[in-house]
Write a protein that binds this ligand. Structure first.
Ligand code: KG4
Ligand code: ZN
Length: 328
């Protein structure tokens, strides 16, 4: 069983053998946080407390399992909102103690990457993985399971933040990534010129704060100059283009044959199609989880936990929550 409560989804999943998803229940708090235009940590924690027991029960029912069928408990314990993480970790500890099962604390970003192994456990190493979510934008080199080398990262905003903050300026509500994705499908990608921070010919790092300022400036005199679809398509292209370009540069520099994408922004249609096209033209294998497995969910936590068990890792009941911790 995997539990995920690091931000604004209360999720519990049961996964067999690291790849067969028996259930992946996700109780989203989006409606609650849309009212405030973003996640209020205290509100998120309280909502997790309200939801967690019911979500555990729903997961068992959906998977047609009893507690006695479970073999291990994996939980996201880092990084994330402290109060939110604590709800999942407390529930996981209670289950582990009462059922006498191994407890495994999982790094949330590692779990995003492992969503790919849920779909295809035979993914070949070495590989390069782009992780782009609401709080993170990084490129990792993996030479094997649990082996991460950080190749590039954002110097300021995450890609998801660039989507969400721009969406707010475009009056599209919270969270905006998915709305921008939808509207961009019928927009003109070349309508508005937004900056791309390339940071030098060899850089694998990202910067999205200039884009945010540029959207702020462009929207300051109103949105009437272009259809909303064109705003979305142009903005999305500025984000997607650098994500794809740097990931391809990393794949070439490290001579890998496999490229993965993960995290909420990896659900973006344009990012997926551009990554696929770029990989195909270079003869590289590209994989990305289904959209529901790109955004926060507990199946990815269970999968990462499964691989930790295979590697002989286990945590004690003193497992702590950690607000910030780099994966590598
Ligand atoms: O991984 P995730 O669910 O949560 C974090 O760990 O942050 O990522 C959420 C982020 C948000 O910024 C959201 O706007 C973005 O992923 N996102 C998208 C799409 N779906 C979710 N961004 C662009 N296009 C999408 N289709
Ligand atoms: Zn996430």
């Amino acid at each position: 069983m995997g539990l995920e409560t690091s931000c604004d989804e209360t999720s519990v999943a049961i996964v067999e053998d690291g790849s067969t998803i028996l259930c992946n229940v996700i109780a989203s708090q989006i409606d609650l946080h849309a009212k405030t235009g973003g996640v209020v940590p205290e509100v998120a924690s309280r909502e997790h407390v309200e939801q967690i027991n019911a979500v555990i029960k729903e997961a068992l029912d959906e998977a047609d399992c009893g507690f006695s069928d479970l073999q291990a408990i994996a939980v996201a314990n880092r990084p994330g909102l402290m109060g939110a993480l604590m709800v999942g970790v407390s529930a996981a500890k209670a289950l582990s103690y009462a059922l006498n099962l191994p407890l495994i604390g999982v790094h949330h970003i590692e779990a995003h990457i492992y969503a790919n192994f849920l779909i295809d456990p035979t993914v070949q190493f070495p590989l390069v993985c782009l992780v782009a979510s609401g709080g993170h934008t990084q490129i990792f080199l993996m030479r094997g399971h649990g082996d991460y080398e950080l190749l590039g990262r954002t110097l300021d905003d995450a890609a998801g933040e660039a989507f969400d903050k721009s969406a707010r300026l475009l009056n599209l509500g919270y969270p905006g990534g998915i709305t921008i994705d939808r509207l961009a499908q019928s927009g003109n990608r070349d309508a508005i010129k937004f900056p791309r921070a390339r940071l030098g010919p060899e850089s694998l790092d990202f910067s999205f704060s200039g884009l945010k300022t540029s959207v702020l400036n462009a929207t300051s005199s109103g949105l009437d100059s272009h259809p909303i679809e064109d705003w979305c398509a142009s903005l999305q292209e500025a984000i997607v283009e650098v994500l794809v370009q740097k990931t391809m540069r990393a794949a070439a520099n490290y001579n890998v044959r496999t490229v993965l994408a993960a995290g909420g922004v990896a659900a973006n249609s344009r990012l997926q199609s551009e990554m696929r096209r770029a990989c195909e033209s270079r003869g590289l294998h590209f994989a990305v989880p289904s959209k529901i497995l790109c955004t926060d969910n507990a199946a990815m936590i269970a999968c990462a936990g499964y691989h930790h068990i295979l590697a002989g890792h286990e945590d004690g009941l003193d497992l702590d929550v950690i607000a910030t911790e780099a994966l590598a």
